[in-house]
Design a protein around this ligand. Structure first.
Ligand SMILES: Nc1ncnc2c1ncn2[C@@H]1O[C@H](COP(=O)(O)OP(=O)(O)OP(=O)(O)O)[C@@H](O)[C@H]1O
Length: 358
C-alpha cells in the first residue's frame, strides 16, 4: 500500500477510537497529520492541559488500531498538551514539573555532540569519536538525533531500516562494532519539515528508550545543530554526562556556538569541551601541515568561553571521501593523521572525565 493510502487507512481505523467527552478520534480537531515512513507511523493527539490521563486509553486504542493496519511498522502516538515546562515557581505552587530524568535501559553513560550551526563536521566528529571510544575498549553506541540532516546512515554505511522485534523494540544496526540508530532511517527525505515539535521529541524518546542497546558503556548522541526541541527533550528526559561542541576556525567568532553553550549551562549539562574541525590543512602529497587559518584561535576561544579545548582535526579530502563511502577514518585509516586527531581527542575526553569509563 502506498504511504498516502496507508495514512488514510489508519485515519479510517481511528473512526473506532472513542475520545473523552464523546466523538471519535478520526474527527477530533487535535489529531495531527499521520506520517508514514518505511519503518514507522507517527501522529500526535493534542489535548487540553490536564486531560492527558483521560486521553490515555484513547492513545492506547489508537496505537492498537494503527498497528493492526500497519503491522511490522513502529507506531509512535504522542499525547501533547502544549503545556509550558513548569518553572521553579510553578513547582513551588504544586503544579507538575517536567517528568524526572530516567536512565536509558542498558546505557551507562551518554555524551552528546553539538554545534552552533550546521555543516561544521559535527556528525563526522560524532562518528569518529564513537569509534575512537570503542578503540579505547568501551562498548559504544551512536544515536543520530539530527532530525534536519541525519547523516549517520551515510557515514557508517547503514542500509535499510532497523529491525523491530515482536515486542516493538528496535534492534539497532551494527557498524564497525558500534550499535547505531538513526532518526534518518525512519524518515523519507522530505519529511523532516513536518516532523517537528512534539512528534520529533516523541520519536527521539522512542529511538532512545525503545532500542535494544544491549550493555553499552557509552552512547554518543549526534544532536541537530543549534538549539531546539530535540536538545531540550534529551536533556530533560535523560542524564547526559557531557556535551562536546564542534566548531570551525571560520566560525571562531563562535556567535552560534556561544548560544548553544549558554543553553547547556542554563540546563545544567556538563560541557566537556570544544573541538576545532577543519582546523589546518595537510598536503596530500608531502604530508606537510599548513595552518591556513592561523593557529590557536579555538584554544583562545575555548578559554574565553571557560571550557576545555579538546583538540583540532585537520581539513583533509580523505575525511570527506571516506565519510561519503561509509568508511570513517578511525577504522579505514587508523594510523592516518585524521584518525590520530580523533583518537587523541577521545583519549583527552576520557582523561578529563574518568567516570565515562565506569
Ligand atoms: N575535517 C574535515 N575535512 C574535510 N572534510 C570534512 C571534515 N569534517 C567534515 N567534513 C565534510 O564536511 C561535510 C559536513 O560534515 P558533517 O555532515 O559531519 O557536518 P555537520 O556539522 O554534522 O552538518 P549538519 O549538521 O548540517 O548535518 C561532509 O561532507 C564531511 O565529509
Amino acid at each position: 500500500m502506498a504511504d498516502i493510502e496507508l495514512a488514510a487507512a489508519i485515519k479510517s481505523a481511528l473512526d473506532a477510537v472513542e475520545i473523552p467527552g464523546g466523538g471519535m478520534l478520526s474527527g477530533y480537531a487535535g489529531l495531527s497529520e499521520i506520517i508514514v515512513t518505511p519503518s514507522a507511523v507517527a501522529f500526535a493527539i493534542a489535548v487540553a492541559p490536564g486531560m492527558e490521563a483521560a486521553f490515555g486509553p484513547a492513545r492506547d486504542a489508537a496505537q492498537q488500531a494503527a498497528q493492526a493496519v500497519a503491522p511490522g511498522r513502529k507506531i509512535m502516538v504522542s499525547l501533547t498538551s502544549g503545556k509550558p515546562p513548569a518553572t521553579g515557581q510553578a513547582a513551588a505552587q504544586g503544579r507538575p514539573g517536567p517528568a524526572p530524568k530516567q536512565a536509558v535501559p542498558g546505557v551507562k553513560r551518554i555524551i552528546a555532540v553539538g554545534s552552533g550551526k550546521g555543516g561544521v563536521g559535527k556528525s563526522t566528529t560524532a562518528v569518529n569519536l564513537a569509534l575512537a571510544f570503542a578503540a579505547e575498549g568501551l562498548s559504544v553506541g551512536i544515536l543520530d538525533a539530527d532530525l534536519y540532516g541525519p547523516s549517520i546512515p551515510k557515514l557508517l554505511g547503514l542500509e535499510g531500516k532497523p529491525a523491530v522485534r515482536e515486542d516493538g523494540i528496535f534492534s539497532p544496526h551494527n557498524a564497525f562494532g558500534l550499535k547505531a540508530m538513526s532518526i534518518g532511517s525512519m524518515l523519507n527525505p522530505d519529511q523532516a519539515v513536518v516532523w517537528r515539535g512534539p512528534m520529533a521529541t516523541s520519536a527521539l524518546r522512542q529511538l532512545l528508550r525503545e532500542t535494544d542497546w544491549g550493555d553499552l558503556d557509552l552512547l554518543v548522541v549526534d544532536l541537530p545543530p543549534g538549539t531546539g526541541d530535540i536538545h531540550i527533550s534529551l536533556f530533560q528526559q535523560s542524564e547526559v554526562d557531557g556535551v562536546v561542541i564542534v566548531s570551525t576556525p571560520q566560525d571562531l567568532a563562535l556567535i552560534d556556538a556561544k548560544k548553544a553553550i549558554d543553553m547547556l549551562r542554563r540546563m545544567g549539562v556538563p560541557l566537556l569541551g570544544l573541538i576545532e574541525n577543519m582546523s589546518y590543512f595537510i598536503a596530500p602529497d608531502t604530508g606537510a601541515r599548513y595552518d591556513i587559518f592561523g593557529t590557536g584561535g579555538a584554544e583562545a576561544a575555548a578559554k574565553t568561553l571557560d571550557m576545555p579545548f579538546l583538540g583540532a582535526v585537520p581539513l583533509v579530502m580523505s575525511i570527506r571521501e571516506n565519510s561519503d563511502t561509509g568508511q570513517p577514518p578511525v577504522v579505514s585509516a587508523p594510523t592516518g593523521p585524521e584518525a590520530q586527531a580523533f583518537r587523541a581527542i577521545a583519549a583527552k575526553i576520557l582523561q578529563g572525565s574518568p567516570a565515562l569509563r565506569r
